[in-house]
Ligand binder design. Sequence first.
Ligand code: SF4
Length: 433
Amino acid sequence: MSLTQLESARQGRITEAMKQVAADESMDVELLRSRIAEGKVVVPANVNRLATRFCGVGQGLRTKVNANLGTSMDMASVENELKKLDAAVRAGADAVMDLSTGGDLRAVRRAVMEACPVTVGSVPIYEAAALAARKHRNVTRMTGDDMLEAVRTHCRDGVDFVTVHCGVTREVIQWLRRRPRVCDIVSRGGTFLEAWIETNGQENPLYERFDEVMDICREFDVTLSLGDGLRPGALADACDPAQIAELQVLSELARRAIDGGVQVMLEGPGHVPLAQVQTQIRLQKEMTGGLPFYVLGPIVTDVAPGYDHITSAIGGAIAAAAGADFLCYVTPSEHLSLPNAEDVWTGVVATRIAAHAADIAKGLPGAADWDRRMSEARAAQDWKTQIELCIDPHLAQQKRSAGKSQNEDVCSMCGDYCVFKVRKDRAIGVRKP
Ligand code: SF4
């Protein structure tokens, strides 16, 4: 069995994946290796796949962006998923997750992985639940073996990281019962497991058999993404005892994973009031000793369906500036429908904006240089460079062309009153009244 990136790093070995990530991030490879050895950086890299572009997640690295893809029971076209994948990659996603629940799940996953040049993640329990629903018409009839087998299947198929909801334990659920929530559990994996635990009267197999989960991940060097099955799905539910109890369990499991040579990151909320975002990130970092943190959003107000790429970008920027390492996008279709390719594009761009703004706030070397070059091009009225430097050059060009001014140097907003033009003309003394 080959060494995981974490085991290699501990032995002082520098892998090809580490070299590529270090070069991409302009980080000394030895520093990167030492952070991987400590568990503060992960490089998801399944030995059965090896993505074209590896992606490092964690301390001192650029904030990464994930796009969730996947079929539903109502929309199960592989072709659509490949269009969404193409949109995500072109928009600059660092990773995608296949969260399919409809159609031939294995065929969709394999098609996505074959076409995907970036890191791929998945949630194996969706497949175990879907198979149980088809076979028994009841997701709670899946067995612990079914759950473990789904993890193995996904790892063998080559996914680079898997979300496993190991923290939804009987004790954590008791916390939820003691203080009921507005939206109860909103994670699909969390909901399946809570129903399974309550129906079968047994402990969560992904928690009880965590050593087996680790063994599978170690074999394929799959990064564990410890899912927050009890993430708040309403502002009113944020930071309640159940969420914190689950975080405590996940922190302990994460330490076990690192000790066992398995790369690991933790997942986070969800819906969180703006004033709590920073606290939640700091709490997680404190409880885990600085392990990589992967957040969904967070969404900072519940009232903007249709614009949740914006609510989540606001939360994501604050979360990443406070130390979150990996942002899962949210699209304009969140809470409303399965996203299409256009939603995917919009969601990735919005999240990249949040990530970049946070990287500047974090003082990441080189992050602010991009903005400086844009500002210099703006001051010089160098429109070609401005468009090239835009996070979405196509949209920028479209807007500029749609409202063209008679004067090529300016835009139709201020025309001849353009501050840059006025300043320039005054300097050379040719300004006309
Ligand atoms: S015309 Fe106005 S909005 Fe357009 S570039 Fe000049 S100052 Fe900016």
